[in-house]
Ligand binder design. Sequence first.
Ligand SMILES: NC(=O)C1=CN([C@@H]2O[C@H](COP(=O)(O)OP(=O)(O)OC[C@H]3O[C@@H](n4cnc5c(N)ncnc54)[C@H](O)[C@@H]3O)[C@@H](O)[C@H]2O)[C@@H](O)CC1
Ligand SMILES: [K+]
Length: 509
Amino acid sequence: MFIVTAEEMYGIDRETMGSIGVDGKILMENAGREVSREIKKRITKKDVITVLVGGGNNGGDGFVVARTLHVEGYSVKVVQVVGDEKIKGDADYHKNLFLRCNGLIFYRDFISDEVKHIIKDSTVIVDAMVGIGVRGKLKDSILSIAQFVNESNKQVIAIDIPSGLPADEYHSEFYAVQADTTVVIGALKQSLFLQDTASYYGEWMMVSIGFPFEVIHQYTDKQWWNITDFQSSFPKRKENSHKGTHGRGLVIGGNHLMPGSVMMTTRAAVRSGAGLTTTGTSKSVISMMASSCNESMYIPIQEQEGYLSGASEIDYSVYDAVAIGMGIGRKKVTQKLIQETITAAKGILLVDADGLYHLKDQLNELKSRQKPTILTPHPGEMATLLDVTISEILQKPFSFSKEFAMEYGVYLVLKGKFTIITSPTGRQVVESGGNPGLAKGGSGDVLSGIILAMVMQDQPIFEAICNACYLHSASADNLVKEKHSVYDLTATDIIEGIPNVLRTLTSSE
Ligand SMILES: NC(=O)C1=CN([C@@H]2O[C@H](COP(=O)(O)OP(=O)(O)OC[C@H]3O[C@@H](n4cnc5c(N)ncnc54)[C@H](O)[C@@H]3O)[C@@H](O)[C@H]2O)[C@@H](O)CC1
Ligand SMILES: [K+]
């Protein structure tokens, strides 16, 4: 499913009406019909429904919903929250159809006792006051109605986007309707995947109203990754494959005080299908790891006082992919190791955790790498890389990611509740699975191991990274559904949950 900004949505709308020639009235009819279909799954004929209708096309969709439900025998009223002069064009056409079907409209552009009574007497509120055309904070008249709706405790179903909520990232202050359900029209809006706006949507689903796939794709390169994408792009294993087919991966990380991270990355890579996995770390970490992770091979790396300091002994040419940085610490001696690895690693290179800290002054080096580079920061690490605050990153995660990935020619995985994966060409995918059980030390290390294994399989690298993120979240979600809680779930559990996801979501022919 595609993700759009408001501007991109308007482009798609214009193109569909202009070049293709689909009449706006038909699009509006389609939108209202599809939204009604979703609403009907959530109501009965006993419900009393009020549709709050505003002055744009979002309101027009509201009139179609009101008419569709009314002619099918549901109890529906419309409250038009703007003056008559504001209802124009296609919306006015659909308003007249509703009136001619003997639909009932109350006109109130402020919160009066009458509107309060109508809302109080309703069981379901359909919010069609403002859609993606919202500009700034809601005006007082509509604001007061939105506030009353939020206090009313009624079931609220929003059309396209909760009224007042911005569709895009980097917005100013807002007040929005809190929906229980939002029926999103045509394409997913960016604010569905931003930390401070996502929850306003409540449960959501998307309906298609006739925008051609090619037209949508022409305007956006952003996508939400779901089970269908995972299943259709996950590589199938061939009968005649051998361990070399599935990649030789090297994990470099750890220090004498932090053996766990590199251990989890290694075990996750082994569990996710890497053909051969080698761990490069300090002697003391090897002695701790070797007995519990005997599928891996080990290379001791030069160290100074327990911290990794150089990797001249590694023959990088034998590895298809290298993951570096987990548990490596921030000591200055380690910087040289990162420097050497960036230039010496001839295959795919993934840099995570403290590796990113050391990378900060060497970002330009990445531009000359011949093979793909993957960086996997969380917002704090991303903020450090860019010298901005975490809250700035969270306000504009799509833009920051895209600029960064394109500037340095890297695949960027900005981790979080909504993980954004960006390719060097600016293509973006959001992976939104997972649960709060993942917000713990070690889960990032596990993700790095899964990515390492997946990028060595027979599939395009961007899809491989998206699938790795999906697998990581799906493992956590299955475990919380079946035998764990978000409190006790550990990074090790996530590794152990991988087989179940692979077994149930993929077939091995
Ligand atoms: N061709 C069509 O008929 C389609 C219509 N669509 C619907 O149309 C919507 C976009 O329509 P529009 O571009 O007309 O815009 P909206 O209907 O989203 O918003 C415009 C209206 O909101 C008012 N408004 C803007 N900012 C406000 C504020 N801060 N306080 C109070 N009122 C404010 C404006 O005065 C105007 O009346 C989408 O969200 C969707 O619901 C889409 O479904 C796509 C297809
Ligand atoms: K709305």
